[in-house]
Design a protein around this ligand. Structure first.
Ligand code: 5GP
Length: 166
């Protein structure tokens, strides 16, 4: 992860006048430079609110990043309009990537926050094709649910969402 995060910091060296903005945490990230065209990218899709391009360090061929044009670091701060636009185009982007790469399977990964592996604080979905000979994996070790905690947890989240309902 450190390697990946250092790598994009290296590429920022070409844009000394934007580095302060980008590093100051004011919402600017390297993806803004990609959106503005200041950093070139291999674009695969664009509309008024969504942009998609190939990852510079692909885990597999066709590894794509799909981002909202809205500046939102994580999913929980994304506006409903931007979320709706993203949700609407994700299926067709996946379909096109699978058709063109020939991959039958894929993972969609979406990291929120540094501790969760996010290195660029502009919300993005990774679409990662998985080929029969792909060696990458996303392994986690599940444990059986604690039903007593789960009962309280689900009730609390349900209530929070009921309160947040417009
Ligand atoms: P994260 O670790 O935040 O979930 O993913 C960030 C992704 O952005 C990484 O996979 C990284 O390779 C990609 N990335 C970082 N900088 C650039 C860049 O300048 N161009 C492109 N195309 N991808 C980038």
């Amino acid at each position: 992860m450190l390697y990946r995060s250092n790598q994009w910091r290296q590429s920022l060296k070409q844009f000394p006048n934007r580095v302060n903005d980008i590093m100051s945490g004011n919402g600017e990230t390297i993806f803004n430079l990609i959106l503005s065209g200041e950093i070139p990218s291999h674009k695969i899709y664009e509309d008024d609110s969504v942009f998609a391009f190939l990852d510079i360090n692909p885990i597999s061929r066709g590894h794509t990043l799909v981002i909202p044009k809205e500046n939102s670091p994580t999913m929980d701060s994304l506006s409903e309009d931007a979320a709706s636009s993203l949700g609407q185009v994700l299926p067709k982007i996946c379909k096109a990537i699978m058709k063109i790469t020939g991959a039958k399977d894929y993972n969609i990964i979406q990291n929120n926050g540094e501790n969760a592996g996010q290195t660029v604080p502009h919300l993005h979905f990774h679409i990662i094709p998985k080929y029969p000979n792909s060696t990458h994996s996303f392994v986690w070790r599940p444990k059986p649910i604690d039903h007593s905690d789960a009962g309280e947890l689900s009730k609390a989240i349900l209530e929070e969402l009921e309160l947040a309902r417009p």
